[in-house]
Design a protein around this ligand. Structure first.
Ligand SMILES: Nc1ncnc2c1ncn2[C@@H]1O[C@H](COP(=O)(O)OP(=O)(O)OP(=O)(O)O)[C@@H](O)[C@H]1O
Ligand SMILES: [Mg+2]
Length: 335
């Protein structure tokens, strides 16, 4: 009856959870859960829970169960996955799905074990783990089964990962446990320092997405947001420009470049010359930051390009990897 069981690719991200099956994206939602504290019961998840961030009383806790790409709240993650697996496969789970779940490169064995256990606890019949850059590379059709070098950079919410792959495995890679959320923090810090105004994470993220950029733009945009005066505590509007956000992001961007440089430094020269010819792929939500491709191309001296499916490629690659288990047998994460 194996043909009735389903093959799910699960990109368990710090900020977004994406589940794919074959070429279809079954869901793409924020990895956020709202829980009634007293009953420890999930009341909302995904977008509905994310929209509650910073807006609810103490009776409800809004949780991001992953931190920097690894599980921080095991039970919350397991319950969320369990709820979603039942939503997709039916409440009785007569045919338990096979799942390929992504984990960041360089995760510890304890951390990867937790992901495996959460998948099994959620009702999956078989659980396999794949490193995110490998899944993303498969999801964007990089020719990773050939001896030529391929490089992908995953710019996530909780981690940035850069990896060089050949012959179905990762040759050199690095993870920095900072990502888009650290960019939001940098914007919060900048607004407080320059204007004396405190803003929350959702506002900082809106500024980044709506007017932010990695490089100064010809057409600078302005956005007014509401904050809180740091001295009086009273509401105070503040106007920010694209250049303010560019300034705020310089530290996290420099960190990103140093992670990528470290990977290039440990990559064998033969593979490096392939990468220079083919360019470097960037994916993840962070790859949508305006001008990031140009910024990285300039900083690294290698062409960097945005893939067609930056926010879904990891889940798409994960579901495809289920059919490539034999080819990938030396590269999948052991638990
Ligand atoms: N247009 C944009 N410009 C800049 N950043 C963006 C944009 N759109 C989304 N992001 C950021 O991308 C991040 C989410 O990306 P993604 O969904 O790839 O992360 P994730 O997979 O959940 O995290 P991780 O892989 O690190 O665990 C968020 O920090 C979000 O603010
Ligand atoms: Mg991710």
């Amino acid at each position: 009856m194996a043909f009735l069981s389903r093959d799910l690719g699960i990109d368990l991200g710090t900020v977004n959870l994406v589940i794919a099956e074959g070429n279809e994206i079954l869901l793409q939602e924020p990895t956020v859960v709202a829980i009634i504290v007293e009953e420890q019961k999930m009341v909302e998840w995904g977008r509905a829970a994310r929209d509650m961030v910073g807006r609810v009383s103490d009776a409800i806790e809004v949780v991001r169960p992953l931190r920097n790409g690894v599980i921080a709240e095991f039970e919350v993650t397991e319950n969320l996955l369990g709820y979603l697996v039942k939503k997709i496969c039916g409440p009785m789970l007569i045919f338990r799905p096979r799942a390929m779940i992504t984990v960041p490169y360089g995760i510890t064995s304890v951390e990867s074990r937790a992901v495996y256990e959460a998948g099994i606890g959620a009702g999956c019949g078989e659980v396999y783990l794949i490193q995110q850059p490998l899944a993303a590379a498969i999801g964007v059709d990089l020719p990773i089964s050939t001896p030529s070098g391929n490089m992908i950079i995953c710019l996530g919410g909780g981690a940035n990962q850069a990896a060089v792959m050949a012959m179905n495995s990762i040759v050199s890679a690095e993870t920095s446990r900072t990502g888009g959320l650290a960019m939001d923090d940098a914007i919060i810090f900048h607004v407080r320092k320059k204007f004396g105004v405190i803003i929350g994470q959702p506002t900082a993220e809106q500024l980044k997405i709506r007017i932010g950029a990695a490089l100064s733009q010809e057409q600078s945009q302005i956005l007014e947001v509401q904050g809180q005066d740091q001295v009086s505590g009273l509401p105070k509007p503040v106007q920010l420009s694209t250049d303010d956000i560019v300034d705020a992001l310089q530290t996290p961007l420099a960190d990103m470049v140093s992670v990528i440089r470290r990977v290039l430094e440990k990559t064998p020269p033969e593979l490096l010359s392939d990468i220079i010819d083919r360019g470097v792929a960037i994916c993840g939500g962070g790859a949508l930051l305006r001008g990031i491709d140009k910024y990285l191309t300039k900083a690294l001296g290698i062409p960097v390009y945005l893939v067609d499916n930056p926010t879904t490629c990891t889940a798409e690659g994960a579901t495809r990897a289920l059919g490539m288990r034999q080819l990938l047998r030396l590269s999948l994460v052991r638990v």
